[in-house]
Design a protein around this ligand. Sequence first.
Ligand code: PNS
Length: 160
Amino acid sequence: MKTSIAIYPGSFDPVTNGHLDLIERGEKMFDLLIVAVLRNTEKQPLFTVPERMEMLREVTGKWPDVKVDVFEGLLIDYARRRGAGVILRGIRAVSDYEYELQMALMNRKLEPRLETVFMLPGEPYSYLSSKLVREIAQHGGPMSGLVPAAVEQRLRAKFS
Ligand code: PNS
């Protein structure tokens, strides 16, 4: 039974099939899953926030209970504003664990009512990351199976 609002925060620069796998799993668990793109002034992203949101909307459009949004500032403040009780994050491998643990515990310290839920993406995505996808695209490598077709097109256009 689905009973809550969850936020799936991230950079999504760009959204990969690994992100989509997690969104599909989260969509089944929560009443509303908000995929929230961080507007980060420190990072130099490949895609602008509107571009990333457009791609996310394109590839999640088939799920009515998945919404795409942008946030800045603290995630806990955004979660409060959206009335969310859960933060959804993916853990691909042990190497993700330390960073995720630190973030989850800090978020719990800042807002004890907010629960972080970790999910495992499917094994074929356990070595996939936006960073590697950007690198492959930059050098004209094959991207099939890594990102949705619409995202592949945008990546090719960026580096053409
Ligand atoms: O996809 P990413 O870059 O791993 O996502 C990181 C993200 C967006 C989840 C994290 O940087 C974040 O929540 N930033 C918002 C600022 C914040 O709340 N910082 C304190 C976290 S303990």
